[in-house]
Design a protein around this ligand. Structure first.
Ligand code: UT7
Length: 322
């Protein structure tokens, strides 16, 4: 089964927070942040929600594909920062864009979420269940960040990216995936929601902000992601040299450089936008994909590797022949 990316779109909050702006709130500096992460600025919501950003990204992806919302079979939203537990973001998007015929649900695999959602959409299509899908990564992480913790608040940004994909049952298989999870290390990057408290029981209070062991995450990404990409390349009989571009989760420029080095791949094959948008978790890959696609750098027949990694721990990779 061949699945084509027919349209992409993204949406970022209007408000931009530079490193110098941040330094007015926490003890940090533009120099420290840039040196350790490559990040210069990020977009931060002043009212935009996960659902509003996701909806705008979907409208743009549909316009890019020349499709109308009524044609959509499936809406999958990857997010770890919805404003509401119910209804799910995907149903709010369905309502906002008028995709009245779509099935809609959310999926949470943190920074690997978009990739896992893309794999889910691909599997539905390969099984002949749906013919097309809007696959979205959307986050407003700024509301789950402790703005007094300089170790985390400098890293993250808000935004959403969407792709409209369509199946062509007659053509060759042009997408291949690997995905993994390691719950044993889950507590190195965590964020609580509501504490367990009811009529009969009052549990321990947990932090409702993101907390993490930055060094552990760094090492996890630098070790596991190259291994995962090599596993994918072996599975598909491809080598690093066969890949035109590697679009990685945009956590940090140093992580991307470390992965490129381990893969022995030229860093010029790793487009990055983390400098301008920070780490947007599940939105990172689709926003980067949208930017690269619209810049005209992709040509038919090119091979892309996408790779996401993050809380869970979850990680995965996918190779696409355009
Ligand atoms: O999607 C995955 C999300 N997570 C990640 O991507 C995190 C991956 N990890 C990292 O990128 C890095 O671990 C960080 C950038 C978060 C931190 O860099 P580091 O080199 O691991 O620094 P550190 O946490 O070991 O801290 C070194 C020093 C400490 O000071 P002392 O104890 O040596 O005096 C920190 O207090 O840097 C200090 N520090 C800061 N200084 C200025 C920590 N954050 C800041 C800051 N500004 N924002």
């Amino acid at each position: 089964m061949n699945m084509q990316i027919k349209g992409t779109g993204s949406s970022l909050p209007a408000n931009v927070l530079t490193n110098d702006d941040l330094a007015k709130y926490v003890e940090t500096s533009d120099e420290w942040i840039k040196e350790r992460t490559g990040i210069e600025k990020r977009h931060i919501s002043t009212g935009e929600t996960v659902a509003s950003l996701a909806s705008e990204a979907c409208i743009k992806a549909l316009a890019d594909a020349g499709k109308s919302a009524e044609d959509v079979d499936l809406i999958l939203v990857a997010t770890c920062s919805p404003e509401m537990a119910l209804p799910c973001v995907a149903c709010q998007v369905q309502d906002a864009i008028g995709a009245v015929n779509a099935v809609a649900f959310d999926l949470n695999a943190a920074c690997a979420g978009f990739l896992f959602a893309l794999h889910t959409a691909h599997s539905y299509m390969a099984a002949g269940i749906y013919k097309n899908a809007l696959v979205v990564g959307a986050e407003v992480l700024s509301k789950i960040i402790d703005w007094e913790d300089r170790g985390t608040c400098i890293l993250f940004g808000d935004g959403a990216g969407a792709v409209y994909v369509e199946a062509d049952a007659a053509k060759a298989y042009n997408f291949s995936f690997v995905q993994h999870a390691d719950g044993r290390k889950g507590m190195v990057l965590k964020c609580g929601t509501r504490n367990l408290k009811n009529l009969l029981y009052s549990g321990e209070e947990q932090s409702m902000f993101v907390t993490m062991d930055g060094r552990e995450i760094f090492q996890f990404a630098a070790r596991q992601v190259p291994g995962c990409i090599n596993e994918l390349l072996e599975k598909t009989n491809l080598s690093v040299d066969d890949i035109d571009y590697f679009l990685l989760h945009q956590a940090n420029l140093r992580i991307i450089e470390a992965i490129a080095k381990r893969l022995k791949a030229d860093i010029s094959k790793f487009p990055a936008n983390v400098q301008n948008v920070g780490n947007m978790s599940s939105a990172s890959i689709p926003v980067l994909l949208d930017e690269c696609r619209k810049s005209g750098m992709f040509k038919p027949g090119m091979k892309l590797v996408l790779s996401g990694f993050g809380a869970g721990l979850t990680y995965g990779a996918c190779v696409i022949t355009l």
